[in-house]
Design a protein around this ligand. Structure first.
Ligand code: KIV
Length: 278
């Protein structure tokens, strides 16, 4: 196994080579994303919404993140594996943050952890980094603060708000984050942050100037017809493909055309002995 390291990712920024990050929540999806050549796979707490069906990420627990990260890790050969720190697993104090991050590394087999928030998360980032665990920051629209933000709203739209987001990104990088996710902000704000930071920025709803981009795997595949925000581009219509496949299977079961001879197993018994089975 030869996964990308933090050094490889830093080098990409220096070489202006865009970083591709995609989420995955299980072994099968991890294998697909890895085979596609993603540089980073994120086990995002977005799994609370796309896997568990919650309306936000707040109910996701650390145990659940460890479980999904472990599943994903078995399917990753090449990409750098990042695990999200869920709500309330790092906000209490830096010691709690380190213990939570440690579980994602030790039990989930992640190579780094991601946590949301700006300047206020600096002490937690410093503590985790000091223990030898690489950290990805996440500023701008931070979904775990959905109630404080009054919804999933783009951040940094006024001059003051933009300055706040920029200062948050700088604080996170100065605390030791090796990479910063910029979510839901005007492209010009993300471009300013990307120019000011030495570490790579990974955008989602943050325009084209970031050093890399991240999207949720389900959104790329078009698995949910009802979810199509402005920042998402669908590269497939897997909803239609999946419903079609399941419907044809159901039709064939009901029409007695599946399973057919090619899917059956025979026995090595002579017909006369076989008759005794009935
Ligand atoms: O949870 C997640 O999937 C994320 C990405 C959208 C950046 O944090």
């Amino acid at each position: 196994m030869d996964r990308l390291t933090v050094l490889d990712l830093r080098k990409k920024k220096a070489e202006h080579a865009p970083i591709v990050m995609i989420t995955a929540y299980d072994y099968t999806m991890a294998r697909l994303v890895d085979a596609a050549g993603a540089d980073m796979i994120l086990v995002g707490d977005s799994l609370g919404m796309v896997v568990q069906g919650h309306s936000d990420t707040l109910p996701v627990t650390l145990d659940e993140m460890v479980y999904h990260t472990r599943c994903v890790s078995r399917g990753v050969q090449k990409a750098h594996l990042v695990a999200d720190m869920p709500f309330l697993s790092y906000q209490v104090n830096p010691e709690q943050a380190l213990l939570s991050a440690g579980r994602l590394i030790q039990q989930g087999f992640a190579q780094s952890v991601k946590l949301e928030g700006g300047a206020r998360t600096a002490p937690a980032i410093e503590k985790i980094v000091a223990a030898g665990i690489p950290v990805v920051g996440h500023v701008g629209l931070t979904p775990q603060s959905v109630h404080a933000m009054g919804g999933f709203r783009v951040q940094g739209r006024t001059e003051d708000a933009a300055e706040q987001v920029i200062q948050d990104a700088i604080a996170v990088a100065e605390a030791g984050a090796f990479c910063v996710v910029l979510e839901g902000m005007p492209s010009v704000v993300a471009a300013a942050i990307t120019a000011r930071l030495d570490v790579p920025t990974i955008g989602i709803g943050a325009g084209p100037s970031c050093d890399g981009q991240v999207l949720v795997c389900n959104d790329i595949l078009g698995l949910d017809q009802s979810f199509k925000p402005k920042f998402v581009k669908r590269y497939a219509d897997m909803h239609a493909a999946a419903v079609d496949a399941f419907s044809r299977y159901a039709e064939e079961v009901r029409g007695h055309t599946f399973p057919s001879a090619e899917h059956e197993f025979g026995m090595d018994l002579a017909p006369v002995k076989l008759a005794r089975l009935y």
